[in-house]
Design a protein around this ligand. Structure first.
Ligand SMILES: [Zn+2]
Ligand SMILES: [Zn+2]
Length: 286
């Protein structure tokens, strides 16, 4: 039993639960201005994009071996993207911006009708649920890819953990914000907030444990899961970025900088991770 890994993933889980819960509380207290939430979303989307490309995808290629491994990995990336696009199409669950300015700017939408909001709430909950399960599986599985010893100084799956940690408050903010618009009471919102905050940690722990239990640590199954998660993460990042790009032209400079900072942070983390691996390999060599 990998107690060190278990301890780390429990720590990650508590962190994700806490920030998700706080994100949900913020939606109740009041809405953030449109520009601020867009800058935050660009930063976080850049980070998620970087984690998908610099962490999840390379790790999946390491795991999938044999002839045609790149094709297999790419197929699972595409599969992850298709599933997320399908969920976004069906459930429209990934709208984070609940500021009044956003409502006015998207005035071609029939916003403001509480009935419409409550009708789609089940869909949003389902979409966000599947999306969160994907993140939990990605975290639990990534923990198995890099054991603390392999990675030297860096914690295992740190990049994936940070991507989820930064993104989860936005998701919680969305679902609780929607409940508020739909006129749900404080008690129902708190129950939903706690349930939503628990989902990702529970799935992460279950998949971490499941991978160990089924003895998948060394197989290529982890590789396929990571490639699938890379596709899903990529799609989530783009779904946060593209609507704003299509419909608004304000604060372009700030939003581009926020995106580049997000991608830069993910790359920097990749750099730290790989130099830590390189460092320990050198140590073993001497
Ligand atoms: Zn999300
Ligand atoms: Zn805007």
């Amino acid at each position: 039993m990998d107690y060190e890994g278990l301890l780390i993933i429990i720590g990650y889980s508590l962190g994700i639960f806490a920030v998700s819960f706080i994100g949900g509380r913020l939606a109740v207290l009041g809405s953030i201005t449109h520009t601020r939430i867009q800058i935050l979303m660009s930063l976080v989307a850049g980070f998620i994009l970087g984690i998908a490309m610099y962490h999840l995808f390379p790790h999946s290629l390491e795991r999938i071996t044999g002839p045609g491994n790149v094709e297999k990995a790419v197929a699972w990336v595409v599969f992850g993207m298709i599933l997320m696009i399908f969920l976004l199409r069906v459930f429209h669950f990934h709208q984070h911006d609940f500021s009044t300015e956003a409502g006015e700017l998207y005035d071609h939408h029939d916003h403001g009708e509480a009935g419409g909001h409550s009708g789609s709430l089940v869909g949003v909950a389902m979409g966000l649920g599947v999306h969160t399960v994907t993140e939990g599986v990605a975290l639990g599985t990534s923990m198995r890819v890099s054991s603390p010893h392999e990675d030297g100084g860096a914690l295992p799956a740190l990049g994936v953990f940070l991507a989820i940690l930064l993104h989860k408050p936005l998701d919680a903010y969305s679902i609780i914000g929607m409940m508020k618009f739909a006129g749900h009471g404080a008690r129902a919102r708190t129950v939903a907030n706690v349930a939503f905050a628990s989902l990702c940690p529970l799935v992460a722990l279950a998949s971490f444990w499941g991978v160990g239990l089924l003895g998948l640590d060394d197989g290529s199954v982890i590789g396929y899961v990571l490639a699938f998660a890379a596709g899903a993460f990529l799609c989530i990042a783009l779904s946060d970025l593209l609507p704003e790009i299509h419909f608004h032209s304000h604060d372009r400079g700030k939003l581009i900088v926020a995106l580049l900072v997000g991608i830069g942070l993910a790359y920097a983390l990749y750099f730290v991770e790989s130099s830590a691996v390189h460092g320990t390999q050198e140590m073993h060599g001497h």
